[in-house]
Design a binder for this molecule. Structure first.
Ligand code: PEP
Ligand code: MG
Length: 325
């Protein structure tokens, strides 16, 4: 099967009726970047910047970070690289900075941690900005946003970092495009206000599913309830994409749903601008989408949005995918 998929490395992701669906790669280490580029990713849709932090014994300094980020950005020179600021807490633990909480998924994580540690946050953004000099492909993404003020504070710190780096380096740096992750349901209600502050949105369906369904993404006891085919997940995403279109803001998805050919087809039908996934899923998603006319995916979506049972929806979509080969 791997041999069979290899043939898709150099293909465009385009449906039989001519719809182009850009596929991006999720990265953390250089190996992900290398594999993503090999498999024809259009850029990096999510760089999980906490991964190099998790593999060290202490917080990496600004210069150490700059070198790490530079590698990611330069491998995809000329293509967008979306770097998410540090997203630790809950399922992402630093060995040298333990956060122990009763309810970690609802606790001190992502942007909540970095806004409480502006020195760590700013050093990271400065390192990203310095790494982008001469490349200009840096996009910055904020995780675990729940309110407008968090975005305003983050943008203030980004702006300040930008000015500092320009002063120090004596170069003009283009302001990176900035995005917000949609992974907490509260954001759905304030999307209009957020769209005035940022350039793009990226759905973190792993956490969004967890919070919409109140099901721990890592607890085996409730694993069968953690289901991306739940009508609440699908209908929420469908509404969201419609709203983002009206607001004229691109929206992509970087959770595991993008890497499942069935949900990828549904999200193409919803009108997502891009799908970002682990490098290991790129070829199988491309192979699937190349065989599905957009109009048929849209018909499938319309049927599925009327259904109420996650298990039935899943098997319905799976049957459709099998019929498409
Ligand atoms: C997500 O929540 O879907 C996501 C992409 O981020 P992470 O899996 O790193 O929490
Ligand atoms: Mg997340």
């Amino acid at each position: 099967a791997a041999q069979d998929l290899k043939a898709y490395e150099r293909r465009e992701t385009i449906t039989p009726d001519g719809h182009v669906m850009p596929l991006y790669v999720n990265t953390g280490l250089m190996i992900d970047v290398i594999r993503g580029a090999q498999r024809g990713a259009k850029g990096v849709g999510l760089y999980r910047s906490e991964i190099p932090f998790m593999l060290r014994e202490r917080f990496p300094g600004e210069e150490e970070q700059r070198l790490i980020y530079r590698q990611q950005l330069s491998h995809f020179a000329g293509k967008p690289v979306v770097m998410r600021t540090l997203d630790i807490g809950a399922d992402k633990d630093l060995p040298y900075f333990s956060i122990e909480e009763e309810n970690a998924a609802l606790g001190w994580r992502g942007i909540r941690f970095t806004l409480d540690h502006p020195e760590i946050f700013s050093a990271q953004m400065r390192a990203m900005l310095k790494a982008s000099i001469g490349l200009n492909n840096l996009h910055i993404l904020f995780p675990m946003i729940t309110s407008v003020s968090e975005v305003e504070e983050s943008l203030y710190l980004l702006d300040r970092s930008l000015h500092e780096v320009q002063e120090e380096e004596q170069v003009k740096i283009n302001k990176p495009k900035v995005g917000v992750m949609i992974e907490v349901p509260s954001v759905l209600s304030i999307i209009d206000e957020l769209s005035e502050l940022v350039d793009f949105f990226s759905v973190g369906s792993n956490d969004l599913t967890q919070y919409l369904l109140a099901v721990d993404r890592n607890n085996p006891r409730v694993a069968t309830l953690y289901n991306h085919y739940h009508p609440a997940v699908l209908r929420t995403l469908n509404q969201l994409v419609k709203r983002c279109r009206e607001l004229d803001r691109p929206v992509s998805i970087c959770g595991e749903m993008a890497g499942d050919p069935g949900t990828a087809a549904l999200m193409m039908a919803m009108g997502f601008n891009a799908l970002s996934m682990s490098s290991s899923n790129i070829l199988k998603v491309r192979k699937a989408l190349i065989q599905i006319p957009l109009t048929e995916a849209q018909e499938l979506l319309a049927e599925v949005l009327k259904m109420d049972n996650p298990a039935v929806i899943r098997s319905w979509v799976e049957m459709f995918m099998i019929n498409k080969g």
